[in-house]
Each structure stands twice: as structure tokens, then as C-alpha cells.
Design a binder for this molecule. Structure first.
Ligand code: LP5
Ligand code: MN
Length: 242
């Protein structure tokens, strides 16, 4: 049956070879059979530039390149520095942060999901700063070791500040969900980032609407499979693919 696959928040890193193995198995066995694969951000634990010569980055690029289905990529808050060079190497298409796609007749808004968390004021301020083009331009001109050090510093500060944030602050703001869906003119939204996989039915201006949240790949793989008829959140074993 024709179907489209969505994944997000794998947080690939050399420290978790089991997740990498599960992802590579998914790419080999499933992705090519889909009409398209959408990666909605945070595929990598972090990204400091397309010039980082790591084995993991090379393996992932090769897996995407071997995929027979088109692969679309929306940046997450950890890998927003993925650029055109990696996209060309991996033969993937980078999409803007918010995109409306036609999924078997249903216009669907897709995004990473961090822009929905507007109650996390500290994060939104940090986000605005790190998305400044000139700052990114300067960052990319630093030596790789310096960039890795800065990324490490940010990750430390982020982990520290997350300890003082409540679960609600780090979740989506319902008003913002509705605002963005209305602005995009859709009744369906798919996103990741919060690591709270679920299908939420809601009412938008008196009409039924749906927000689908992808899961992370920390203890299992998590895949959304969408056909013309239905959308199903599925999980995959991490062990099996070792
Ligand atoms: O990712 P997750 O779920 O753990 O937390 C996010 C928010 N945190 C982040 C940071 C990333 O995890 C790490 C990204 C590494 C990027 C490397 C590339 C750097 C490129 C720079 C280009 C100019 O996104 C977290 C949210 C949480 O999601 C839930 O939504 O709360 O946000 C924060 O915790 C941010 C804090 O509120 C503010 C952090 C201040 C950082 C200050 C930087 C100081 C620089 C130090 C340099 C040595
Ligand atoms: Mn994220």
C-alpha cells in the first residue's frame, strides 16, 4: 500500500551504536519501499558543521544516498547547522522549518516542533540568537575543535537549565499549535521534539483536527506510517538490528 514514513529525534551519536544500527536497518529494509521519508529534526545528537569528518556522518549520508525513496529533512534544535554540503552528499532535500505537504489529499503541516514551545522563554531566546545567519557564518569559520567545545558548553548549560523547567513549560503551547495550524490552513500537524509520541484529536474552528507527535529513539525505534486512510505510530526494537 502506498505510504509515507516520518521519523525524528534519533539523536544519533557514536556513544549509541545500537540506535545507529536500528536506523541503518530501517533505511535498508523499510525506507526504500515508502513513497517518501521525512526526517523531522534531531537525527543527530548535535551538528557543528558539514566538514566534520566522522564515520557516523559518512555512514548516515551513504544510507540516505542508497534510499530509493526521496528523503526530506527539517532541522531540529540539535542539528540546525546541517547545510547544503551534507544535503548534497546524502542526496536529501532540506525543507524550511515549517512546511505544508499534500499527504494523499490531506494538507499537512510538518515541523520539528520546538517553535510550538513558546512558554520556554529561555529556549526561544537562545533559538533566536543561534539562528542568526551572521553568527552561524562566524561559528562555521572557527576550527572544528573550538566548535565542538562550544557545542559542549551549550549542551551543559541546556541540561542545567532544563532541571529548573517544568514538564509543562517544555511541552507545546496549545494556543500556539492552533495559531500555526490556522495560519497554515491545515487540519493536521505532524512534529517531534517533545519526545511524547501521541495522536491528539482536537477541534479547530469547529472542525476535527489532529496533532501527531513522533517518538524518540532512546529505548525503541519510533516511526509514523501514513497512508491515504490512516496514520499509525509504530515502534521498532533496537536490539534486533544489532
Ligand atoms: O535538546 P534538548 O531536548 O536536550 O533541549 C532542548 C533545548 N536545548 C537545546 C540545546 C541543544 O540540546 C544542544 C545543541 C548543540 C548545538 C551545537 C551547534 C551550535 C551552533 C551555534 C551556532 C551559532 O536546544 C532546551 C529546551 C528543551 O529542548 C525543551 O524544549 O528547554 O533549551 C535550553 O535549555 C536552552 C536554555 O534555556 C538556554 C541555554 C543557554 C545557552 C547559552 C550558551 C552559552 C554558550 C557557552 C559557550 C561555551
Ligand atoms: Mn528537538
Amino acid at each position: 500500500m502506498p505510504h509515507t514514513l516520518f521519523i525524528a529525534d534519533l539523536h544519533l551519536s557514536p556513544g549509541r551504536p545500537d540506535i545507529t544500527a536500528a536506523f541503518l536497518a530501517f533505511m535498508e529494509t523499510e525506507a526504500s519501499k515508502a513513497d517518501a521519508l521525512y526526517v523531522l529534526g534531531d537525527l543527530f545528537e548535535f551538528w557543528v558543521g558539514d566538514d566534520e569528518p566522522s564515520e557516523l556522518n559518512r555512514q548516515v549520508a551513504a544510507a540516505f544516498r542508497a534510499c530509493r525513496a526521496p528523503v526530506y529533512y527539517i532541522h531540529g534544535n540539535r542539528d540546525f547547522m546541517i547545510g547544503r554540503r551534507f544535503a548534497a552528499e546524502a542526496n536529501i532535500t532540506l525543507l524550511p522549518e515549517h512546511k505544508v505537504i499534500d499527504l494523499y489529499g490531506t494538507p499537512t503541516l510538518i515541523m520539528h516542533g520546538d517553535t510550538l514551545c513558546i512558554d520556554d522563554v529561555g529556549y526561544q531566546r537562545y533559538r533566536r540568537i543561534t539562528r542568526l545567519r551572521w553568527l552561524q557564518w562566524l561559528f562555521l569559520r572557527l576550527p572544528l575543535t573550538k566548535r565542538l567545545g562550544i557545542a559542549d558548553g551549550i549542551r551543559g548549560k541546556s541540561a542545567e537549565s532544563k532541571q529548573d523547567k517544568s514538564i509543562t513549560i517544555m511541552d507545546v503551547n496549545q494556543g500556539e499549535v492552533e495559531r500555526q495550524m490556522r495560519k497554515a490552513g491545515v487540519q493536521r500537524l505532524i512534529h517531534g521534539h517533545t519526545h511524547r509520541p501521541a495522536i491528539h484529536d482536537l477541534e479547530l474552528d469547529g472542525r476535527p483536527a489532529r496533532r501527531i507527535v513522533l517518538g524518540d529513539w532512546y529505548t525503541q525505534g519510533s516511526v509514523l506510517r501514513v497512508t491515504r486512510e490512516c496514520a499509525e505510530l509504530q515502534s521498532r526494537e533496537l536490539e534486533e538490528s544489532k
